[in-house]
Write a protein that binds this ligand. Structure first.
Ligand SMILES: [Zn+2]
Ligand SMILES: [Zn+2]
Length: 586
């Protein structure tokens, strides 16, 4: 482990090894590129120190943005602690200083006074950068565009603990470990450094969590539909007053040995009910509607440990810092691992005399505190993280999937390989590997497209909408729609017959004569391409027969009536939509 000591006046700035590594990663990136970059550091990693060190090393002048005055103040204070002077530009702090080489500003104040920042800035650092929206008229984007108009090479660095948002997905496109996360049009192009939570805990920089997954009382949130309205949620919770009461009783017991308790409620009504079971003189309830002044006062009393219980509804998941917290109670469903980790993270700060933090999940979320974010909502309760190697580039993808009892992969829900590969012709540039596990094939050029694509990305051909195809075919008398539940094969010399079966015994057939190149190609494109793992090309009937058990059948087959037989026109693979597939319940 190496630490760097930098003497500044009477102060010594000592960076932890990962803080130094993140600073180095930023410098290396911006030496080569003007693309906006992200540092992912969990809460408690010491973001302010990284910002201070970057501010010290950067070519002046620079701006450091945050969305709340507390963060502006905190980042500024850290910089000052190391013996530097810097300005503050935040109406909430009563300061509008613009004459310093380094300015710590609030987003609101700066975006309202852009004309005061008409000069050249080399670097813009954005704290809590997951808030930067991609639409060009957001406050952040207007600031960025304004600064870029004076310096087209402006470097933009974001810091966040939560690079994944439920509504928008990943905030950056490429990860430095060589894989793709977000869409090509997201604002931040690259994550240049990411520190896992586990590292901070194992090194003793954060408190050890004690996770209680199956407490005595808990909500059966799985009885709620996958997506639900607040009214449905309140209805559900209104049916379990005993559960809420039992949870609160247990919390009171657990809290006897604890200093500070944060409770995460599902809705305002729910929070009010919870608060009603807790001692009034020790409890505060914060919602989105709590007035700022009142909120500040309660938070301060909580930090002073005059209040013991802080009940909140999605207002304290980020940017809240009360190190003494040693009991986190989760009474709400969390739709992503990141959100769960953020909530738990509120209790992991170090504090004198605190040896662990109890994290009690009363909502049956069942997340692993250290699990990486997948970026897709867990498709069903049976799915788990699985590793799937790409047959084309070898990248080890992490997808949701289902394994059998022996850990053998049964199926996975990945659509496309997330590996980064060099662009053909300019190997220093990276792009997403084009291997797809699920795809819609273009009938014109055979190119592969995302299953939701409407137009071929290679040739622009208008791709048929499977729902439209099915709807039309179901209405026409001379069409047959087979809900395919399996395939069987038979071979005669060079001729391979494929039979598609439905659940009721109906079938459709087609032949591939391997003596002809065209038939070989069609067979490979239709079936072999979908086999996971290295298979290559199938050139003979014998080779085809060896792979049969691995071949995936289409979900629907559509055929048109000819004089003496049904001619297959469409095979719909990887279908997602309203029509029922075989073996699905009505
Ligand atoms: Zn790949
Ligand atoms: Zn095409």
């Amino acid at each position: 482990m190496t630490s760097q000591f930098i003497a500044i006046g009477a102060f010594i700035l000592r960076l932890r090894d990962y803080q130094q590594a993140s600073v180095d990663a930023v410098l290396t990136h911006f030496r080569r590129s003007d693309d906006a970059a992200v540092l992912v550091l969990p809460t408690g990693a010491g973001k302010s120190i990284v910002i201070a060190e970057l501010a010290r090393l950067a070519r002046y002048p620079i701006l450091v943005l945050a969305h709340v005055k507390e963060l502006v103040e905190q980042n500024h204070q850290k910089f000052k602690d190391y013996g530097f002077t810097a300005g503050i530009y935040a109406a909430g702090l009563g300061k509008k200083q613009t004459e310093h080489a380094v300015t710590f500003a609030s987003v609101q104040s700066l975006s309202r006074n852009l004309e005061q920042f008409n000069g050249y800035y080399s670097l813009l650092i954005i704290d809590e950068c997951h808030r930067v929206a991609d639409d060009s008229d957001s406050q952040y984007q207007r600031i960025i565009q304004h600064l870029q108009s004076n310096n087209p090479q402006l470097k933009v660095l974001g810091l966040t603990a939560t690079p994944y948002r439920l509504d928008k997905g990943w905030i950056y496109q490429q990860h430095y470990h060589g894989y793709v996360r977000g869409q090509a049009d997201v604002f931040f192009k690259k994550c240049v450094y990411e520190l896992p939570l586990r590292y901070l805990i194992s090194k003793g920089y954060l408190t050890q969590p004690l996770v209680v997954d199956a407490p005595a009382a808990r909500y059966q949130f799985d009885e709620l539909p996958a997506s639900y309205t607040e009214a449905q949620l309140d209805q559900f919770l209104a049916r379990c007053p005993r559960v809420t009461q039992a949870i609160c009783q247990q919390l009171l017991q657990l809290a006897e040995q604890r200093r500070g308790v944060m409770i995460f409620a599902a809705s305002v009504k729910h929070a009010q009910e919870i608060a009603s079971y807790l001692p009034a003189e020790q409890t505060a309830l914060l919602t989105g509607d709590t007035a700022n002044k009142q909120r500040d006062q309660w938070v301060e009393q909580f930090k002073q440990q005059q209040l013991k219980f802080l009940v909140n509804v999605s207002v304290l998941t980020t940017g809240f810092d009360a190190p003494h917290v040693d009991l986190i109670a989760i009474l709400r469903r969390t739709a992503s691992v990141s959100l769960y980790q953020q909530i738990a993270g509120r209790g992991l700060r170090l504090y004198e005399g605190k040896s662990d933090c109890l994290i009690v999940d009363y909502a049956g979320n069942n997340y692993d505190l250290y699990q990486p974010e997948i970026g897709e909502v867990k498709p069903n309760p049976n799915s788990a993280l699985v590793q799937v190697s790409c047959p084309k580039c070898g990248f080890a993808n992490m997808f949701w999937g289902v394994c059998d009892k022996d850990g053998e992969l049964i199926e996975h829900y990945g659509r496309r390989c997330q590996g980064l590969v060099p662009v053909e012709g300019s190997p220093e540039q990276l792009t997403q590997c084009d291997y797809r596990y699920q795809y819609k094939q273009c009938p014109q050029c055979n190119g592969e497209n995302d299953i939701a694509a409407r137009q071929c990305q290679t040739c622009g051909y208008q791709l048929s909408d499977p729902d439209k195809l099915l709807k039309e075919a179901l209405q026409l008398k001379d069409r047959m729609v087979l809900r395919c539940s399996g395939m069987s094969f038979s071979a005669q010399e060079q001729q391979l017959s494929v039979t598609y079966h439905d659940e009721d015994g109906a079938e459709l057939k087609e032949q591939f004569n391997f003596a002809y190149a065209k038939a070989r190609l069609a067979f490979n494109q239709r079936f072999v391409r979908r086999i996971s793992g290295p298979v290559g090309t199938v050139n003979t009937v014998e080779q085809a027969l060896q792979q049969l058990n691995k071949m995936v059948h289409p979900d629907f087959v559509i055929a048109r009536k000819q004089k003496h037989y049904w001619k297959i026109e469409h095979r719909i693979f990887d279908y997602q939509g309203p029509y029922r597939k075989a073996h699905q319940q009505y």
